[in-house]
Ligand binder design. Structure first.
Ligand code: SAM
Ligand code: SF4
Length: 325
């Protein structure tokens, strides 16, 4: 699929639930958000159908996300079935890691191609402040277990807020002894993230290089999208940066998103897209479904406008937990 700006769309991020067992400050308000009714959430069969129809047009990569995807029962089974769709080359998942240890073997058995764990600090108290929950030990145990098992590529995504230098440096350590990439993400001004200050890529690099020496650019492709990777001497994993604010990457954006209630969303920042649940549930043919999906993709904006804080037109009102990141 080629969008109106010549970009090839071969990647979809599918949110399988809007529920979450954490309340990260940059993602959700403390009281949570009003959750969808079960009947409004797409079934696994509906999700698989969307993947099948889009795969006929060049969809190759699928990311399972949430809310917290591991709180939805049977996610491993969904991954297995998407892996079986003709044309799909990789199915990956992003999780907060709370349930990772208990579900790791199921995910591996389903053939997941990589697991990304979101972790913003290695300090238990700070973790509780950021996530408003005391689940740090479970997450660390999940990461350590996955590293030791080593059956599938593991990545750590981190959005360090109010972090100290020590926090950033200790997150980097996850890449030292295992081939685990650690990727630093700038906070995006979406939902609860609007009010949060962020480190920039340059801030992260300065802190890391002061302690570990030069970051060497790595040209190898190591993910589905915009992360730029670097090597550090003596480290097995890479250090990545996903810097949507300071290093805009919209020109090469290859993705669309599907929310848990079936909204095909074409840009993280804007509402632009199309509701497909009605189409999925009203006996339409695959050809008719495809036409609706393509109408949605045709609305994909040229770029985000995170820098124009007062430009509120068509701005996304969902929180990140309702979008999937
Ligand atoms: N619950 C899962 C997790 O935390 O990985 C999946 C969903 S979560 C919305 C996906 C990613 O979005 C997480 O890595 C999270 O840190 C990131 N995220 C949430 N809000 C953000 C924001 N305002 N700016 C940047 N990243 C954000
Ligand atoms: Fe939940 Fe992930 Fe949002 Fe944190 S970032 S509240 S874990 S959906």
């Amino acid at each position: 699929m080629i969008d109106n700006f010549g970009r090839k769309i071969d990647y979809i991020r599918i949110s399988v639930t809007d529920r979450c067992n954490l309340r990260c400050v940059y993602c959700m308000p403390e009281e949570g958000v009003e959750t969808l009714m079960h009947r409004d959430i797409l079934t696994f069969d509906e999700i698989i159908r969307v993947c099948r129809v889009l795969a006929t047009q060049g969809l190759k990569k699928v990311k399972i996300t949430g809310g917290e995807p591991l709180v939805r029962r049977g996610v491993a089974n969904l991954i297995k079935q998407i892996k079986d769709v003709d044309g799909i080359e990789s199915v990956t998942i992003t999780t907060n890691g709370v349930l990772l240890a208990e579900q790791y073997q199921n995910l591996v058995g389903a053939g997941v191609d990589s697991i990304t764990v979101s972790l913003d600090t290695t300090d238990r108290e700070k973790y509780a402040q950021i996530t408003r929950r005391d689940e740090f030990v479970n997450v660390i145990n999940g990461i350590k277990y996955a590293q030791k098992q080593g059956k599938v590529r593991l990545k750590i995504n981190t959005v360090p807020m109010n972090a100290s230098k020590e926090d950033i440096l200790s997150l980097v350590e996850f890449a030292r002894d295992y081939d685990t990439d650690v990727r630093f993400i700038e906070v995006m001004p979406i939902g609860a993230g609007v009010d949060c200050d962020s480190f920039t890529e340059d801030d992260f690099k300065k802190i890391i290089e002061e302690k570990y020496g030069p970051l060497t650019f790595c040209s190898e492709v190591r993910g589905n999208g915009p992360s730029v990777h670097y090597s550090l001497e003596g480290f097995k994993g890479k250090i990545g940066f996903i810097s949507a604010v300071s290093h805009k990457f919209c020109d090469s954006c290859n993705r669309v998103r599907l929310t848990a209630d079936g909204y095909l969303k074409t840009c993280l920042q804007f509402e632009a897209g199309v509701h497909i649940a009605g189409c999925l549930r009203s006996g339409k043919t695959d050809k008719e479904l495809l036409d609706v999906l393509l109408q949605g993709i045709a609305q994909k904006p040229k770029s985000h406008k995170f820098d124009q804080k007062d430009n509120l037109e068509n701005r996304e009102l969902r929180n990140m937990s309702q979008i999937g990141g």
